[in-house]
Design a protein around this ligand. Structure first.
Ligand code: UD1
Length: 429
């Protein structure tokens, strides 16, 4: 299994090209199941999760063609994919596939909407809390699906098609909002989703579905209206920039010091994290080409942050922020409200010399003047990248083991950071 070796201490200077968002690319690819015509997606990041989803969709009968490189494109540009679900050959998503990536459970929405049936294994994915699927099931039931759990699978049936309805989520859920939007796009009549997730990736999916012929209003607000249509058709859509990758590199620069342009990043979808970074002591400015992050030698200030659904501080940046404030001059408090058990990076950061105390869902981080390199273990996607950030600022050598988590969500991280002066390399097993 690959490892990442970092020798800390170098500031970051230069330009990092921000990739297409993993969390937008996955639902967009899944939306291809809704039509027999071709969905063309540009700026798709080259990630292990995307490759896995290509395989899963292939199993259902989606033909996936990758466009060749165009003039001027380099290896860092995203891929263009043609996804064509001419015929759905299988409405079953088996355990071997769904257990490896939670988002693949989301195929249940388009499959039941288009085919009137789906059998999808209960998911796995990152080991962060229990992550149930009850809200998906309730939403699909609301749209008229019959649902059974059989042998670890969710079996959904709607032989006469789905019917629009009012779906009220008792808590904000990104995945079930995506799925309800996709399913309702082909249901008869109007669906209203209340307490919908407002994440920018929801807006990106809604824009793509609209290009495919769906009638959706209100995506990006807490109430989404969807007027079902009989069929959806071909469209072309470019995946939005990855706000989590952007925030991660911004925190890396705040940690090491330096001056980096995050090219192609969108400040509008990162308001809260950028505000927190400014409080910590980074200088942030938006330019035409992206976001500029600078920090001179001044010390870092502690912060108190609570994770929350968008537009709050994203849980997907919680681990990275924790790594950053490990070296703040004072005590920070970070409360995780989205996922239980999303503090697995704490014990690994402690190996680098961090002083973190957990009190339920609150991490109390007392800043230390120095971190020291060590062997650490990546436990989930966001935790692993927090260890990379900490390693960049630690004295001496840090080796991050079990890097496959990183490859699920960060495209060529060692090239991007190495290009800005970090001493980082991949050790292949
Ligand atoms: C998505 C993101 C993930 C991010 C998360 C929260 C993708 C591919 N993943 O995950 O990176 O961390 O949003 O921003 O986009 N819940 C239930 N029952 C359900 C569904 C969810 O209780 O049926 C709970 C979850 O356990 C969690 C909370 O709701 O506590 C939010 O989860 P959700 O927004 O659904 O996260 P994902 O869509 O899985």
């Amino acid at each position: 299994m690959d490892r990442i070796r970092i020798v800390g201490g170098n500031p970051l200077n230069g330009t990092i090209a921000i990739s297409g968002a993993k969390n937008a690319a996955l639902p967009l690819m899944i939306a291809s199941l809704l039509t027999e015509e071709t969905l063309t997606l540009d700026n798709v990041p080259r990630l292990a999760d995307v490759a896995m989803l290509k395989r899963i969709l292939g199993n259902h009968g989606v033909d996936c063609m990758v466009h060749g490189k165009r003039a001027g494109q380099n290896g860092l540009s995203g891929e263009t994919l043609d996804l064509t679900a001419g015929a759905i050959v299988d409405t079953t998503a088996p355990y071997e596939m769904v257990s490896r990536m939670r988002a693949s459970f989301w195929v249940i929405g388009p499959l039941i909407a288009r085919m009137g049936q789906a059998r999808v294994s209960l998911p796995g994915g990152c080991a962060i809390g229990t992550r149930p699927v009850d809200l998906f099931i309730e939403a699909l039931k609301c749209l008229g699906a019959d649902i059974d759990i059989d042998g670890g699978n969710v079996v959904a049936r709607a032989p006469r098609g789905l019917v629009g309805n009012r779906v009220v989520f008792p808590r904000v859920t990104v995945g079930a909002t995506h799925v309800t939007m996709m399913a309702a796009a082909l249901a008869r009549g109007e669906t209203v989703i209340e307490n919908a997730a407002r994440e920018p990736e929801i807006v990106d999916l809604a824009q793509c579905l609209t290009k495919m012929g769906a009638r959706i209003a209100g995506a990006g607000t807490a109430t989404i209206h969807i007027e079902g249509v009989d069929r959806l058709g071909a469209a072309r859509h470019s995946v939005m920039p990855d706000r989590i990758e952007t925030g991660t590199y911004a925190m890396a620069v705040a940690m090491t010091g330096g001056d980096v342009l995050l090219e192609g990043a969108s400040p509008a979808i990162l308001e809260k994290p950028l505000q927190v970074l400014s409080e910590v002591g980074a200088e942030i400015s938006a330019t035409n080409s992206g976001i500029h992050v600078r920090r001179n030698g001044a010390g870092l200030s502690p912060v108190d942050v609570v994770t929350a659904p968008f537009p709050g501080f994203p849980t997907d940046l919680q681990a990275q922020l924790m790594a950053l404030v490990c070296r703040a001059q004072g005590t920070s408090h970070i409360r995780e409200t989205i996922f239980e058990n999303r503090f697995m990076h704490v014990q690994e950061l402690a190996r680098l010399g961090a002083d973190i105390h957990l009190d339920g869902q609150v991490a109390i981080v007392r800043g230390v003047s120095r971190l020291r390199g060590a062997q650490v273990m990546a436990t989930d996607l966001r935790a692993s990248v927090s260890l990379v950030i900490a390693g960049l600022a630690a004295e001496g050598e840090t080796v991050v083991n079990r890097v496959y988590h990183l490859d699920r969500g960060f495209e060529r991280i060692e090239e991007k950071l190495g290009g800005c002066g970090a001493a980082i390399e991949r050790l292949t097993a």
